[in-house]
Write a protein that binds this ligand. Structure first.
Ligand code: ZN
Length: 112
């Protein structure tokens, strides 16, 4: 995931924001360390946290594939490998950028 949930708002002074933040935090926990499936579709997507109503971060497909309901309950966490071509391409591009800039240097196993 590429973003972190924001801090919790004050439930006394802003109860709606507190409820939305709680919903967002719950969905973020559901998808932490997982990938997702959209509805009944078979493709497995990488997860990205994106701002939704009230600025609350919610899990969504990293490739920005839309889903008509915009309801995170229609997303299913999975440990299956990514099968979405857009997510795979995006991940490969990110790894190539990291190698090009040196921020993603791979460690060599030199133990004999
Ligand atoms: Zn995808």
């Amino acid at each position: 995931m590429t973003a972190t949930p924001s801090t919790s708002p004050d439930p006394i002074n802003d109860p709606l924001a507190a409820v939305l933040a709680g919903i967002g935090a719950w969905h973020c926990r559901r998808f932490a360390g997982h990938r997702l499936r959209l509805g009944r579709h078979g493709a497995v997507h990488d997860v990205e946290l994106r701002p939704a109503l009230g600025g609350v971060l919610l899990p969504s497909p990293a490739c920005h594939t839309g889903y008509s309901s915009h309801n995170p309950d229609d997303l299913t966490p999975t440990d299956d490998g990514t099968t979405c071509v857009k997510c795979l391409t995006r991940g490969a591009r990110r790894r190539a950028d990291q190698l090009r800039t040196g921020s993603g240097q791979l460690a060599l196993d030199l133990a004999v």
